[in-house]
Design a protein around this ligand. Sequence first.
Ligand SMILES: *Cc1c(COP(=O)(O)O)cnc(C)c1O
Length: 395
Amino acid sequence: MNSKDYIEKAEQSVLHTYNRFPVVLDRGEGVYLTDVDGKQYLDFGAGIAVFALGYGNQAYNDALKEQVDRLIHTSNLYYHAPLADAAEKLVRVSEMDKVFFTNSGTEAIEGAIKTARKYAFLKDGRTDHEIIAMNHSFHGRSVGALSVTGNPHYQEAFKPLMGGVRFADFNDLASVEAQVTDRTCAIILETVQGEGGIYPATPEFLSGVKQLCEERDILLILDEIQCGMGRTGSYFAWQQYGVKPDIMTCAKALGCGVPVGAFVLNEKVAKASLVPGDHGTTYGGNPLACAAVSKVFDLFEEMHLVEHVREIAPYLEEKLDALVDQYAFLRLRRGKGLMQGLVVQGRPVGEIVNRALDNGLIVLSAGSDVLRLVPPLIITKEDVDEMVRRLELSF
Ligand SMILES: *Cc1c(COP(=O)(O)O)cnc(C)c1O
């Protein structure tokens, strides 16, 4: 069967909720993917900022295979060694105190929301707490996560959503202050907005929000699902701002392809929020998922991936800035580390993304006018040069 056959077959049975590109991916090696027709793609999307290690990392694959043969699943009624390992490593690199593993990013957000509400409930016994979220944010598609996602287009048909959410403007501290009430229990934001168009928080904004949270005993929830795990040049983006959250969410590159997410709490919140019976999941943090997380952290250390991002990112930025200088329709570059966006003016981003695919390059869009680059963290200068070559062919 070729691509066309697989696509036809899939369309017969798969609910049509994605406008997929007409490509049937088959295998990967390093930063290249190959489709069933044998065509190769340089991947600067990494499965939406997931595959940090690159494809076909043998040590990672072997760790998973070993765990598959040993034990894939147990439920959370029991302990297992990968859980202890993965939790210890995530807590250590995140400088946080306690972790709850989920199966996805959206579930990590759900857990963060419940934790914040429980913390506030234990404090004042009220049941009308509010959360402040940001316009143009993205936190996931389940009803709770969708309720704090500042994109009316995603929300419209699914109302009524979860109540008690107020929206403010990202990087506008006054607009956040204006939404604070005596019922505010949490402020949630992405340290670097991803889907909304690659907007890094300004240092003044993030420290201003943190100060506001401390003054009013409001919990700061930082969504590091896309910008975390080394992508911006530190394990978590907030570590470069020196603004520590009370609750952090993580997913995407956390398992590097095995579905797993987490919400991570500081001690203050961990000891005064969720207790047995409050929250749970059948799969969340099962042995296979935790073996993946544990190995990912080992490999990040062995491969010095975070350091590598700090080394290679300036080269990528330089090359992208040169494109902005050269092409009038590229208005500016925004981003941090290996999470970069090019703002496109006067022509549809989708057209460039499509043409890039024809030219064997995977890039993503974000927002309505941003070309998003979130490659595997292992990219080299040669990969950046090749990306630029294929991208320019697609302009
Ligand atoms: C992808 C993403 C989510 C949702 O994660 P899923 O695993 O798709 O549920 C939430 N927040 C941010 C910032 C994301 O990029």
